[in-house]
Ligand binder design. Structure first.
Ligand code: PHE
Length: 351
């Protein structure tokens, strides 16, 4: 009679789920606690006649050992799981494990992305690297000579007013560079000829901030100085760049222009890649988009920087990275680049 009861309890306990701390506690209360099933058995055992006691006693003890071992083993493996997660048996972690599906893939970790200005700068720098251009950078705060003097902006030259400048109040000889041409002066003074270098960087102009202009922006300037560099070399180089950046169908054209440090000087337009020259808002119905300024380095500038202008000639070009980026992604307001609005920036991070 008692033996069948013991067997039944054994069968029932074997099917008891022991995969969470809650189950574990239920098991303990049901079988092992003071008022549990085992103690109930021992109570009934005490009322048995002596000869039955002899066989039932060891059977109950055997069941007790089995149930205690089962409980211990389950507790051990649950504790091990918790330790793997967060340290020894933390109850809150234990709870999480109960509710978590451990076979699911991990939650994604949010990643940062590159700013659109950085994306375009990298693209341009990498392209010119394939033509042998090195990278050179300079300081954002420079003296008048590097930003203006060496580049033929004489003291009283009206061209200085083309670029509204931020000066340091206590020393007006120091200013925030208005263009990356200041880096070229430094490179030419170093005099490691021939020079074939690209200088990206931030520049500053005292302009009213609007959708189309900002008091800080980025330029990329190219400089090539060697024996017998011609305008034809400049044209070829910029043509290749336009095809790379705007597509193989891109055409370029030059318009005469003026910069104090280049002679002759030109502005370069690229055929409108949006409307294929049918006429649209971006090209203002002209079929052409203005991209950059360029020209042959003025021999006087070479001499200022200690380069023999009889022997060497060179070209330079400079473009605004914001402008290229706005064209590439059709961004209508330059202020987006400096506001760090994540909704704007995430569009470029590939998330
Ligand atoms: N530095 C000029 C500017 O900022 C651009 C330029 C660079 C023009 C090189 C000609 C050659 O406007």
């Amino acid at each position: 009679m008692m033996h069948t009861q013991i067997d039944e309890i054994r069968r029932e306990a074997a099917a008891f789920p022991l995969n969470s701390s809650a189950n574990l506690e239920d098991f303990r209360l049901r079988y092992l606690s003071k008022k549990g099933v085992l103690n109930g058995l021992f109570d009934a055992f005490r009322a048995l006649p002596g000869d039955e006691k002899r066989t039932v006693g060891p059977a109950i003890n055997q069941l007790k050992t089995e149930l205690e071992e089962k409980w211990e083993a389950a507790k051990k493996s649950l504790d091990a799981l918790a330790t793997a997660g967060r340290g020894p048996g933390t109850t809150s972690r234990q709870k999480e494990i109960d509710e978590e599906d451990l076979s699911l893939p991990a939650a994604p970790i949010p990643r940062g992305g590159l700013h659109p200005i950085s994306l375009v700068r990298r693209d341009v720098v990498n392209f010119f690297a394939t033509l042998g251009f090195t990278l050179s950078e300079g300081m954002e705060m420079v003296d008048d000579w590097h930003n203006f003097g060496a580049l033929n902006f004489a003291e009283d030259h009206p061209a200085r007013e083309m670029q509204d400048t931020f000066f340091v109040q206590t020393n007006p000889d120091i200013l925030l560079r208005t263009h990356t041409s200041s880096v070229q002066v430094k490179e030419m003074q170093l005099g490691n000829l021939p020079i074939r270098t690209l200088s990206p960087g931030r520049v500053y102009r005292n302009e009213t901030v609007s959708a189309r202009s900002h008091m800080q922006f980025h330029q990329i300037e190219g400089l090539y100085i060697d024996e017998q560099v011609s305008f034809g070399d400049l044209r070829l180089t910029l043509n290749l760049f336009a095809e790379h950046f705007f597509g193989s169908e891109a055409k370029i054209r030059f318009r005469p222009s003026y910069f104090p440090f280049t002679e002759p000087s030109a502005e370069m337009d690229v055929s409108c890649f949006l409307c294929k020259q049918e006429g649209c808002a971006v090209c203002k119905q002209t079929g052409w988009v203005e991209i950059l300024g360029c020209g042959m380095v003025d021999p006087q500038v070479l001499e200022h920087c200690g380069i023999d202008s009889q022997r060497y000639s060179g070209y330079a070009f400079g473009m605004g990275i914001e402008r290229l980026t706005m064209l590439r992604y059709q961004i209508r307001d330059i202020r987006h680049f400096f506001e760090n609005d994540l909704q704007f920036l995430r569009q470029f991070s590939g998330e």
